[in-house]
Ligand binder design. Structure first.
Ligand code: CAA
Length: 379
C-alpha cells in the first residue's frame, strides 16, 4: 500500500488549489450572499478541463482517473462548494452516464460539448414525492411512434436553470415497477419544458437549484439512454460514482474549514498567547485533522476501487456517509474556534458550515448510504 500521490496527481491538486485561491476565493462571500451562480468561474473551470475530467479525450475530455477528479473536487470545495457541486454533477452524473451508456450519436451530439464545459448538464431523478424512494417515479414517458411524450415534475435539480442538457428519469411502464423506468436526454427550450423557480437555500447558495416541469414534451426515441426499463439501474449506477464526487466535496468543505481555523488560531491571541497554544483549541484541531484524514482515506479508496474496475458502490456510500458527517462536525467546530468571528460572513467558516449540511442530503441522505452499505454487508 502506497500513500504517496504521483507527480501527475500532485499537479492536478496544485492546479485546482491555485485556481480556487486565485479565481474562486475573491467574490465567494458575495456570490453566497446574493445566491449568484458562479457563471464566469464555471466557464474558466471548463477551459481548464475540470468539467469533463474523466471523459475519454476522443470526446474532448481530460482522460484522467477518478482520483484526479476527487483531488480537484476537494481543493475547489475548500473554497466554493457551489462551484464544485456544478462540476460534480456535470462530471459524475451527466458525462459519466452518457459516456458509459450513450450511443455514439449521443456522445457526438452532447458529450463532446459537456466535457469541455461549453454547455452544462443536469441529472433529473428526484420528484416532489420521489426523493429517497426513487422507484416511485411519477414522471411518465409514453412512446408514440418515433418519439416519447414526457409529462411530470422534477425537484431539487442542480444546474436546473443553467444547464442545456438534462438526463431525465421517467416511467415508461408503471406496471413493471423499477424495471419500467427509463432514462432520456432532454434539451432546454423544447416545447412544454418549463424551468421553475430557483430555490432559496441554506447553503451552496451560489448553485443553481430548480424544479422542472414537463408538459407533453416531445422527446425523440433516439434520445433514450439504453433500453426501455434500464433507467433505474442507470440512475443507481450513476449515483454510485456521483457519491464519490459528493464525498470529495464534503472532505473539501471539512478541510477548508480546518485550514481557515488553523491559520486563525495562530494569529488570534487570547490570555497573552495565540489561541493555538491553548489546549482547548489544540484538542479541537487534533480531532479535526484526525477525522478529516480518515474521511480522506475512505474517499480516495472509493476512487481507486473505481479506477481499478472493482465494485465501488459500497465504498462510495461509506465515503459519503462518513465524509459528510465529518464536514458537519468539523465546520461546527471551526465556527467555535473562531468564536464570534466565526459567526460572521467575512471569515468563511459560517458559509462552510451551511454548505456542509447538504452533503448529508443530496445524492442520497445519510440514511440511504446506510441502506446501500448494509445491503453490501449482508448480500
Ligand atoms: N447500484 C446498482 N444497482 C442498484 C443499487 C446500487 N447502488 N441500488 C439498487 N440497485 C438495483 C438493484 O440491484 C435492483 O435491481 P434488480 O431488480 O435488477 O436486482 C434495483 O436497483 C432495485 O433495487 P431495490 O429493490 O434495492 O430498490 P429500493 O426501492 O429498495 O431502493 C435505494 C433502493 C438504494 C433506496 C434507491 O432508491 C436510492 O438510492 N435512493 C436514493 C436516491 C438518490 O440518491 N437520489 C438523489 C437524487 S440525485 C441528486 O441529488 C443530484 C443532484 O442534483 C446533486
Amino acid at each position: 500500500m502506497n500513500f504517496e500521490l504521483s507527480e501527475e496527481h500532485l499537479a492536478v491538486r496544485d492546479a485546482a488549489r491555485d485556481f480556487a485561491h486565485s479565481e474562486l476565493l475573491p467574490g465567494v462571500i458575495e456570490r453566497d450572499s446574493e445566491a449568484k451562480f458562479p457563471k464566469e468561474q464555471i466557464k474558466q473551470m471548463g477551459e481548464l478541463g475540470f468539467m469533463g475530467m474523466m471523459v475519454d479525450p476522443k470526446y474532448n475530455g481530460g482522460g484522467m482517473d477518478t482520483l484526479s477528479y476527487v483531488l480537484a473536487m476537494e481543493e475547489l470545495s475548500k473554497i466554493d462548494a457551489s462551484a464544485s457541486v456544478s462540476m460534480s454533477v456535470n462530471n459524475s452524473l451527466v458525462c459519466w452516464g452518457l459516456e458509459k451508456y450513450g450511443t455514439e450519436d449521443q456522445k457526438e451530439k452532447y458529450l463532446k460539448r459537456l466535457a469541455t464545459g461549453e454547455i452544462l448538464g443536469a441529472f433529473c431523478l428526484s420528484e416532489p414525492e420521489a426523493g429517497s424512494d426513487a422507484t416511485s417515479q411519477r414522471t411518465e414517458a409514453k412512446l408514440e411512434g418515433d418519439h416519447y411524450i414526457l409529462n411530470g415534475t422534477k425537484n431539487w435539480i442542480t444546474n436546473g436553470g443553467t444547464a442545456s442538457v438534462y438526463l431525465v428519469i421517467a416511467q415508461t411502464d408503471s406496471s413493471l415497477g423499477h424495471k419500467g423506468i427509463s432514462a432520456f436526454i432532454v434539451e432546454k427550450g423544447w416545447d412544454g419544458f418549463v424551468i421553475g423557480k430557483k430555490e432559496d437555500k441554506l447553503g451552496i447558495r451560489g448553485s443553481d437549484t430548480h424544479s422542472l416541469m414537463f408538459t407533453d414534451v416531445k422527446v425523440p426515441a433516439e434520445n433514450r439512454i439504453g433500453d426501455e426499463g434500464f433507467g433505474f439501474r442507470f440512475a443507481m449506477e450513476t449515483l454510485n460514482g456521483g457519491r464519490i464526487g459528493i464525498a470529495a466535496q464534503a472532505l473539501g468543505i471539512a478541510a477548508g474549514a480546518y485550514e481557515f481555523s488553523l491559520a486563525y488560531s495562530k494569529e488570534r491571541k487570547a490570555f497573552g498567547k495565540p489561541i493555538s497554544q491553548h489546549q482547548a483549541i489544540q484538542f479541537k484541531l487534533a480531532d479535526m485533522a484526525t477525522t478529516i484524514e480518515a474521511a480522506r482515506l475512505l474517499v480516495y479508496k472509493a476512487a481507486i476501487l473505481k479506477d481499478q474496475g472493482k465494485d465501488y458502490a459500497h465504498a462510495s456510500a461509506m465515503a459519503k456517509l462518513y465524509a459528510s458527517q465529518v464536514a458537519m462536525d468539523v465546520t461546527v467546530e471551526a465556527v467555535q474556534v473562531h468564536g464570534g468571528y466565526g459567526y460572521v460572513k467575512e471569515y468563511h467558516v459560517e458559509r462552510l458550515m451551511r454548505d456542509a449540511k447538504i452533503t448529508q442530503i443530496y445524492e442520497g441522505t445519510s440514511e440511504i448510504q446506510k441502506i446501500v452499505i448494509s445491503r453490501g454487508i449482508l448480500k
